[in-house]
Design a protein around this ligand. Structure first.
Ligand SMILES: NC(=O)c1ccc[n+]([C@@H]2O[C@H](COP(=O)([O-])OP(=O)(O)OC[C@H]3O[C@@H](n4cnc5c(N)ncnc54)[C@H](OP(=O)(O)O)[C@@H]3O)[C@@H](O)[C@H]2O)c1
Length: 384
């Protein structure tokens, strides 16, 4: 029985993880749940799963959850809060595996703490790897702690890399659906609304990642994530637009063979893979290859999707530029969703922030978080 600590349990990945626990009760149980602000969902999950601890984003929300649990007669669940609370969840001695699925750098400290505590991590939170990938992967390698990617593309790469040696890998090909504006003319991009950007053609996800998929910044973050997770150079990672989202990614070996991973577009499959690795439990997440008519692959258009170019540039520089890329984007996406800037204001904001970011390589999580805060201030000042 693997006991899970799920960071971001109230989100899209968190709920999919719980549905895997539901399907495999003989394999998985819930030890800890770290939530943000959604008290209703946290309450329902706590009552259903009876974890040892639950964390909320603030003291006030933790108080609200405690009161509701007590009213229901549940008194044995310990409710904690803030970043200390998420760290308590990720380092809980009773937890054997940590699912890192908080959105943004809010999940960074807890993910780092899990690795330091020697817990295998299933990583969905790509922002963590982008902001502090060098620190996280070094800590994991030193302690021999596995980081198993949940992001579908990296999960596919992980699967394709099981069949060859690292030195034999030539190129990692990350597939991108192209988002809802793959074929939209450039002149329409300025007037794209939040409602249009929040309609992803193939995946149902959280708000930030959905907008990031529309700008292709998400694919840029994944390029950086791939460099860190698989220890390759940015020049070894390429993006191909594949609208069917059936091939989740590919690995090209030096002999010319290209291996691809194909499956349903359902995040429960990469979550199950990460939880069960190195086993492959039988599941109902099947894909009928006979229904597949064609697979399209296109070059990404860097002119219409400048966020992808900016991400490759940040990947080459590493360190502070990757932190700035992620932080500036988060601030800009928030402004776009609040209708304070147009869609193309997102890449413009990121580009200005990156131009003012000095080259630096923060060596600790505290330095990463400080650089992240500075960038956010810079981005907010620019937008004001
Ligand atoms: N969804 C996907 O298909 C997918 C695919 C690949 C990778 N990812 C990555 O997985 C991560 C999660 O994505 P998602 O789509 O699941 O996002 P989401 O639906 O927006 O969920 C985010 C989760 O983070 C929690 N959270 C936010 N701020 C927090 C804080 N300060 N402290 C503690 N918890 C906090 C939220 O809690 P509340 O809701 O309670 O506020 C929620 O549980 C992201 O890094 C994303 O890039 C997602």
């Amino acid at each position: 029985m693997k006991r899970l600590s799920i960071l971001g349990s109230t989100g899209s990945i968190g709920k999919s993880t719980l549905s895997i626990v539901e399907q495999f009760p003989q394999r998985y149980s819930v030890a800890a749940l770290a939530c943000g602000r959604n008290v209703d969902e946290a309450f329902a999950q706590a009552v259903r799963w009876h974890p040892k601890i639950v964390s909320m984003a603030s003291e006030e929300l933790a108080g609200e959850l405690t009161a509701r649990l007590r009213q229901t007669g549940v008194s044995e669940i310990h409710v904690v809060y803030g970043s200390e609370g998420t760290v308590a969840c990720s380092t809980l001695p009773e937890a054997d595996f940590v699912v890192s699925a908080i959105v943004g750098v809010a999940g960074l400290e807890a993910t780092h703490a899990a690795i330091l505590a020697g817990k295998p991590v299933g990583l969905a939170n790509k922002e963590c790897m982008v902001a502090a990938g060098e620190i996280l992967t070094q800590a994991a390698r030193r302690r021999n702690v596995p980081i198993l990617p949940i992001d579908s593309e990296h999960n596919a790469v992980h699967q394709c890399m099981r069949v060859g040696a690292h030195s034999e890998v030539k190129t990692i090909w990350l597939t991108a659906s192209g988002g809802p504006f793959r074929q939209a003319p450039l002149e329409q991009f300025e007037s794209i609304t939040p409602e249009q950007a929040l309609k992803h053609p193939t995946w149902v996800m959280g708000r930030r990642i959905t907008v990031d998929s529309a700008t292709l910044l998400n694919k840029g973050l994944e390029v950086i994530e791939a460099c860190r997770l698989f220890d390759v150079q940015p020049s070894q990672v390429r993006v191909t637009v594949h609208p069917q989202s059936t091939v989740h990614s590919l690995v090209e070996y030096v002999d010319g063979s290209i291996l691809a991973q194909i499956s349903v577009t359902d995040m429960r499959l990469p979550i199950l893979y990460a939880l069960a690795y190195p086993e492959r439990p039988a599941s109902s997440l099947t894909f009928d290859l006979a229904t597949l008519r064609h697979l399209d692959f296109e070059e990404p258009d860097f002119a219409r999707f400048p966020c992808l170019r900016l991400a490759f540039e940040a990947a080459e520089k590493g360190g502070a530029h990757c932190i700035a890329l992620n932080a500036a984007d988060e601030v800009a996406v928030e402004a776009f969703l609040e209708r304070r800037i147009p869609f193309m204001g997102i890449p413009r904001t990121i580009e200005k922030v990156l131009a003012s970011t000095p080259e630096a390589h923060p060596a600790t999580i505290a330095e990463v978080l400080a650089a992240d805060r500075e960038t956010r201030q810079m981005a907010r000042a620019l937008l004001a």
